[in-house]
Design a protein around this ligand. Structure first.
Ligand SMILES: [Zn+2]
Length: 475
């Protein structure tokens, strides 16, 4: 009987054909005109899971369907839930694509298409991994593939479904297969994502705009008041100056700082990826620490008065801003919203109306980077890629990770196979061709590691020869 790896290598052309089929279905979840395409993609995923040997079902939600594929290994076996999504973002602007967005196009060593990286390659490779393991008779975990069709519109149906079915899922571990590696051939395991508190601020002085000659200098200007408030959000050391903002933030672990300091985060490349922006932030922290572990506050937009062509001598009646805070693991977004509100009210002059409206609050996600899932995944990725994966955090917000950690199991890892700069949500989205097979092999190995059956396939991969024995063990 061929091993799972042999099965994957042999079937690779067929797996890539399947990838092309899925990519060709424009499953754009936000566009009602594509509702049937999203349904078609769900049907395709279900059929593909069934072909792989999984018990595959479609579950209706209030929106686009959820596809769940299961394999039962036994009551003693650990249960691994793998999350991914089969919907995609719209391809616009179309004229910037160098190949048709819904046609899987090979360009050099990469595949290019809408959804190539986010998240259809991961859907396909996860099913391929299960198929190969089953074909080789070595799928020793209870596996639940949980693939949704609403990720790009905020997953409204997923969390209610998971909450309702948490008992029957009995998950020991969960993997979020919707992310990227640290770099080419540098796999990563993500154990934390920042939370989000989003507020809108409106400063109003009257019912209507005023003539700046007749009223200027005699009534307050909301644009100036708002500007002063926004400027008061930070001190000169780059820290958020809102009273109580850092109360719950724990100091960064020394060992973590040491490990992160050794993985070669490239400030220059980061600045280039930011369009050549100068790097700045909270004093005393490195760039990667500022993103992965420290909270921040940003103004996302501000508008007041006349901003069209020419001039209009007007005193605006109202000024508005949108502000987001990314939060460290211990911070409570609801509390942060009220701290922001208190800060703003304190700085609003008498007779001026201010409205602070909390728009969104997502709690941070944090898992144990030294837990059994991370140890098993580190061995699996190390086996396939030949290097120890880096254990890092993400600066963004991933509500599904937090929800799975709360509802199913605290043992959640974000583990994806796209690469930085994959043009997710943008034209010419890409993923390296080799990632399909390497990703699937990593998952097969992870099943074995989790089940404690890692001696099944002891042959080290060819990639192991590039292992760097000097690389410290991240944790
Ligand atoms: Zn995604």
């Amino acid at each position: 009987m061929p091993t799972a790896d042999e099965h994957l290598s042999r079937n690779l052309p067929e797996i890539l054909d399947a990838f092309a089929e899925l990519v060709a279905i424009p499953s754009i979840s936000t566009d009602p005109a594509h509702r049937e395409d999203v349904r078609r993609a769900a049907d395709w995923v279900r059929a593909r899971m069934e072909r792989a040997g999984l018990d595959a079902r479609i579950h209706e939600t209030t929106g686009h369907p959820l596809v769940v594929g299961r394999h039962h290994a036994g009551a003693e076996a650990p249960t691994l839930v793998v999350y991914a999504h089969y919907d995609v973002q719209p391809p616009d602007p179309l004229e910037e694509w160098r190949s048709p967005p819904f046609e899987l196009t090979r360009t050099g060593d990469d595949f290019v298409a809408r959804g190539a990286a986010d998240d259809k390659a991961q859907v396909v490779l996860q099913i391929a991994a299960a198929e190969a393991a089953l074909a080789a008779g070595t799928l020793p975990v209870n596996l639940v593939l949980l693939f949704e069709g609403e990720e790009e519109i905020g997953s409204p149906g997923l969390t209610p479904w998971v909450r309702e079915h948490a008992g029957e899922l009995e998950a020991d571990h969960a993997v979020i297969a919707d992310s990227m590696m640290f770099g080419a051939r540098r796999p990563s395991l993500i154990f934390g994502m920042r939370g989000l508190a989003y507020v809108e601020i409106e400063v109003r002085v009257g019912d209507h705009d005023l003539h700046s000659g007749q009223y200027g200098g005699a009534v307050p200007n909301p644009a100036l008041i708002l500007a002063r408030i926004l400027a008061s959000f930070h001190d000169e050391r780059g820290r958020v100056a809102i009273e109580g903002f850092y109360d719950d933030v724990l100091p960064l672990d020394d060992e973590l700082r040491r490990v992160w300091g050794s993985i070669g985060f490239d400030d220059g490349a980061f600045a280039r990826s930011a369009g050549g922006a100068a790097l700045s932030g909270e004093e005393g922290f490195a760039t990667h620490e500022r993103i992965w572990a420290r909270p921040c506050l940003d103004v996302n937009g501000m508008v007041a008065g006349y901003t069209g062509p020419g001039k209009k001598t007007v005193l605006p009646a109202v000024a508005r801003a949108k502000v987001s805070c990314r939060l460290a693991p211990e911070q409570d977004p609801e509390r942060i919203v009220s701290l922001v509100e208190r800060h703003v009210r304190k700085r609003t002059p008498d007779g001026v109306r201010v409205n602070v409206h909390g728009r969104q609050a997502n709690r941070p996600f944090r898992s144990d980077p030294r837990g059994p899932l991370f140890e098993a995944a580190a061995r699996a990725l190390g086996h396939v890629y030949g290097v120890e994966p880096v254990r890092i955090a993400g600066g963004g917000t991933l509500p599904i990770a937090r929800d799975l950690a709360e509802l199913l199991t605290p043992s959640v890892a974000v583990l994806g196979f796209a690469l930085p700069g994959a043009n997710m949500h943008a034209p010419n989205e890409w993923i390296p061709v080799e990632q399909i097979e390497l990703g699937a092999r990593s998952m097969v190995r992870l099943y074995q590691e989790l089940a404690g059956a890692q001696d099944h396939d002891p042959s080290p991969s060819a990639a192991r020869s590039v292992r760097d024995p000097e690389r410290p063990h991240p944790g």
